[in-house]
Design a protein around this ligand. Structure first.
Ligand code: ZN
Length: 339
């Protein structure tokens, strides 16, 4: 008999006291104290590492100021940062000093170990991963505005806004990749080009007006797009040779979506019965006021493989057909991504 089996046999024959004696006060105290210590909030708080920008438990991090490391390791030989430029006359220059995440003072265990050994952590911002802070001009862009400032169009998107008979609005988009991405030398693209990559369906009890469009992610604010493109041209090396077409920009309306609106009248609920849980008793989904909730679903290669020989174009075509007619049965489970 091996030693392991012998020990198991020994355990089996150990006398067991049953029923066990009741908990004494000391053991109760130790158990409660141990549990309380384990669920201390400090054990769960996460913070970003100033070197790599990744989230880690704060309890596993230490202040960078106390770390015994060579900070010159975080100054790359080839500049990876870029100071913000306000005008074309401003010089292009990197930020001075080590590449760190602003507003964070702690370093994670992994980065500390690598730097202590005199190595640059592979995930560090100094290792070519710096992208800088997102400036205000690039924040709060709508879905359509983001499409207008993108130099490469990878996807075809079909946006569906569904308003129920009780005026609750929700929106979602299904997108899949283009076989051949489109690259633009001038932005925003001509308005007609958008029809090739973006489709918009509106289902609701009334023909949509500016009030409804304003709640969807489909409107374009010309000034916002202009400021974003001008900032990118000044500060992003991939946009340096971009031509900003103010003529194209002026062609975009501000009070309606830039693509054809496929409107279907419906007084019915905007819930998808196939995707509703049996215990879900709400009549409609979405909100009555303010920006409508917007969900983005992507169809990637893995998902598409499950659909057999159905091509992405067919999926979009069938989805469009379905939402126009409301009762055409689908041969492929497009619902999975629409809900
Ligand atoms: Zn780190």
């Amino acid at each position: 008999m091996t030693r392991k089996r012998a020990s198991r046999a020994k355990q089996t024959h150990k006398a067991i006291n049953f029923p066990p004696s009741p908990l004494d006060e000391n053991l109760t105290d130790a158990t409660v104290r141990g549990f309380a210590e384990d669920i201390q909030i400090s054990n769960f708080i996460e913070s970003a590492c100033t070197v790599c920008g990744l989230l880690a438990y704060k309890s596993d991090m230490s202040p960078l100021a106390d770390a015994n490391i060579d900070s010159t390791l975080l100054i790359p030989d080839v500049p990876v940062t870029r100071a913000e430029r306000q005008a074309t006359t401003d010089p292009i220059r990197p930020l001075l000093g080590p590449v760190l995440l602003p507003g964070c003072d702690d370093i994670c265990k992994t980065c500390l170990e690598e730097l202590s050994e005199g190595k640059l952590p592979p995930d560090s911002l100094a290792n070519g991963l710096w992208i800088g802070e997102v400036p205000p001009v690039l924040q709060d862009l709508s879905w359509t505005e983001k499409m207008l400032i993108s130099r490469v169009k990878h996807n075809i998107c079909t946006v569906k806004v569904h308003v129920s008979g009780m005026s609750k609005m929700k929106a979602n988009v299904v997108s899949h990749s283009l076989p051949m991405p489109k690259i633009y030398h001038a932005l925003p693209p001509p308005r007609d080009d958008l029809d090739e990559v973006l489709a918009f369906m509106y289902i609701g009890p009334n023909v949509p007006t500016h009030k409804e469009f304003k709640r969807t992610p489909m409107l374009v604010r010309r000034n916002k797009v202009k400021e974003a493109l001008e900032w990118l041209k000044l500060n992003h090396e991939d946009y340096a040779d971009l031509e900003i077409s103010y003529e194209n920009l002026d062609a975009y309306p501000e009070d309606e979506p830039p693509v054809v609106v496929n409107y279907t009248m419906s007084m019915a609920t905007n819930k998808d019965s196939e995707a509703t849980a049996v215990n879900d008793t709400e009549e409609d989904e979405g909100v009555e006021d303010g920006d409508c909730p917007f969900v983005v679903h992507g169809l990637t290669g893995t998902y598409l493989e499950h659909l057999g020989k159905v091509r992405p174009y067919e999926i979009t075509a069938r989805a469009v057909e379905h939402f126009k007619s409301q009762d055409v049965p689908l041969a492929v489970p497009v619902w999975v991504w629409w809900t």
